[in-house]
Design a protein around this ligand. Structure first.
Ligand code: OFO
Length: 169
């Protein structure tokens, strides 16, 4: 059985993961407006990943005999100055999510909930990967600056990303 503290912390994180999904869907719409279909694809995959992250916790709380109570999801930003500014926002957001996962693990530690800690290990590793992937795209965008041809080449690269249903936990 999961403690009430742990249950609340998981419910908050489910909300944060669903917000991530919503934010990336908003970024997908932004790149759709720019007609950069590779970026659209990258965010389509990102949206699916965030949904999987939320559902992983949703299922886990139930598995532990807890309650999931969904909350309102904040409205995301809808416009960015440039693809670079958008990816700076993605990295900042992922760093924030990493700090939230760390805080969630602190709660698990305080509650002496080793099962939750071991479950959350997967999320911690996923954050390392996410920050590294986003950092890679961001570094390329910094090199590209105002070179439209180079931007189209990156767009082509990002079109190759595919979603693989993660095995969480
Ligand atoms: Fe759920 O990892 Fe991004 O936010």
């Amino acid at each position: 059985m999961i403690s009430k503290e742990m249950e609340k912390a998981f419910n908050d994180q489910i909300n944060a993961e669903l917000y991530s999904e919503y934010l990336y869907l908003s970024m997908q719409a932004y790149f759709s407006r720019l007609n950069l279909q590779g970026f659209v694809n990258w965010f389509t995959v990102q949206v699916q990943e965030e949904h999987a992250h939320a559902m992983g916790m949703f299922d886990y709380v139930h598995e532990r005999g807890g309650d999931v109570r969904l909350m309102a999801i904040d409205a995301p930003q809808t416009d960015w100055e440039s693809p670079l500014a958008c990816f700076e926002h993605v990295l900042e957001h992922e760093q924030l999510v990493t700090s939230k996962i760390n805080a969630l693990m602190d709660v698990a530690e305080n509650e002496r909930d080793r099962a939750a800690l071991s479950f959350l290990d997967w999320y911690l590793k996923e954050q390392v990967e996410e920050e590294s992937n986003v950092g890679g795209v961001l570094a390329t965008l910094k090199l590209i600056k105002d070179d439209a041809n180079a931007l189209l080449l990156l767009d082509k690269d990002l079109a190759a990303r595919t979603f693989v249903q993660p095995v969480i936990g």
